[in-house]
Design a protein around this ligand. Structure first.
Ligand code: ARG
Length: 281
């Protein structure tokens, strides 16, 4: 073993000190006052999201998680003064991960339902949605009830799954359940199912971006209106209050509307006022 001389140590120490100085110069913040206690590292809230749900949450070419939900939560977090980190989490098991504390929040176009409220808390709603039917261009399906004798694809455990299960019956073998909504839509393209029932925003986006699939959408006003919320583990009142306050602030100062129109092309109030676009969204 080579003895580690004092001189060598001083050399390394000198280099390190210089590097620290350089790094410090590169930063804009003023050096902390010597008497101030070192700030505790800020908690980073882990947000679970099933990032196969464009335009709400998906992965770009660089593998980054992007989308409407992501931007809304980042804007809320900024107002709330909290740090968040998104972790791609399969839909099946996403609420278990929340319950077990592996995720601090779930932001995944989650519909606020009475049943889910039994096991988790929700923020105030941040988006209005409804189920929409996707079929192939030449299909004669005109309403939800027409799916009764057909094969229908859904993403397992979604509100679309619930609606179709109600129509076709719990033990129906004509319901084909997929681990993601895009997989269900691929199956429609290949003829494995006659229709897919899923959230309108995702269906519209998929149909628009897959012209080769030769899909069309069928709206049905019988579907109950849905609203997305941020899901939290029960009893996390402090975080919930922060998120609701942040959400109210981004709605009030126009930043929510800016994100909305970036993804959906119109301010939410206008979209709601125009029945045609509301039905296809
Ligand atoms: N809104 C539907 C529900 O809450 C589907 C959400 C699916 N989200 C996702 N990222 N896969 O059941």
């Amino acid at each position: 073993m080579t003895p580690f001389s004092t001189r060598r140590f001083l050399q390394i120490a000198g280099i390190t000190a210089a590097a620290v100085l350089l790094a410090a110069c590169g930063k804009k913040e003023a050096a902390p006052v010597a008497s101030a206690p070192a700030p505790a590292p800020a908690k980073v809230y882990v947000v679970g999201t099933d990032a196969a749900y464009a335009p709400f949450e998906s992965q770009n070419e660089k593998g980054e998680i992007v989308g409407f939900d992501i931007e809304v939560v980042l804007a809320i977090a900024k107002k709330a003064g909290i740090e968040v980190k998104f972790v791609n989490t399969p839909w099946e098991g996403i609420f278990n991960a929340l319950g077990q504390g592996d995720r601090d929040m779930v932001v995944s176009s989650v519909t606020i339902t009475a049943e889910r409220k039994g096991t988790m808390d929700f923020s105030d709603p941040y988006f209005d949605a409804q189920q929409l039917i996707a079929v192939t261009e030449n299909s004669s399906i005109a309403r939800f009830a027409d799916l009764k004798k057909l094969k229908v694809g859904v993403q397992t455990g979604t509100t679309g799954d619930e609606a179709v299960t109600q129509l076709l019956g719990k033990s129906s073998t004509a319901i084909k359940r997929f681990e993601s909504t895009p997989l269900a839509l691929k199956e429609l393209e290949s003829g494995g199912v006659d229709a897919v029932v899923a959230d309108n925003g995702v269906v519209v986006h998929y149909v628009a971006n897959n012209p080769g699939g030769k899909f069309k959408t069928v709206a049905d006003n019988g579907f109950v209106p849905e609203q997305y919320g941020i899901a939290l583990k029960k009893g996390n009142a402090e975080l919930l209050a922060k998120l609701n306050k942040g959400l109210a602030e981004i709605k009030a100062d126009g930043s929510y509307d800016a994100i909305f129109s970036k993804y959906f092309g119109a301010a939410p109030a206008k979209a709601a006022a125009a029945p045609a676009s509301a039905a296809s969204r």
